[in-house]
Ligand binder design. Structure first.
Ligand SMILES: [Zn+2]
Length: 94
């Protein structure tokens, strides 16, 4: 019984992760397998991975609010934000 339920859950998360992977231009099969083997974590990784690629973000140096990298002003405190190079984006994203 428990095994059957796990298979259903794994299939559900596998499909969800596969669709997310497909939407961000990656392989449906790869993300289906990842999300199916480690259901919750795989789907979360697929979602986070997509967010990082589509819309890089950074924290405001004054108030700490996370804002889109493209923003020139902090939407929280109005702090002017400097242009960030690609290398720094990765460091900030961690
Ligand atoms: Zn701010």
């Amino acid at each position: 019984m428990a095994g059957g339920a796990y298979i259903i859950i794994a299939l559900f998360f596998g499909l969800a992760g596969g669709v997310v992977g497909r939407l961000k231009g990656s392989s449906f099969l790869i993300w289906f397998l990842i999300s199916g083997l480690i259901p919750v974590v795989g789907l979360l990784v697929a979602l986070v991975y997509r967010m990082e690629r589509d819309e890089p973000q950074r924290a405001c140096p004054r108030c700490g609010k996370v804002v889109p990298l493209a923003d020139a002003l902090c939407t929280c405190c109005g702090q002017e934000l400097e242009w960030v190079e690609a290398d720094e984006r990765l460091a900030i994203g961690r």
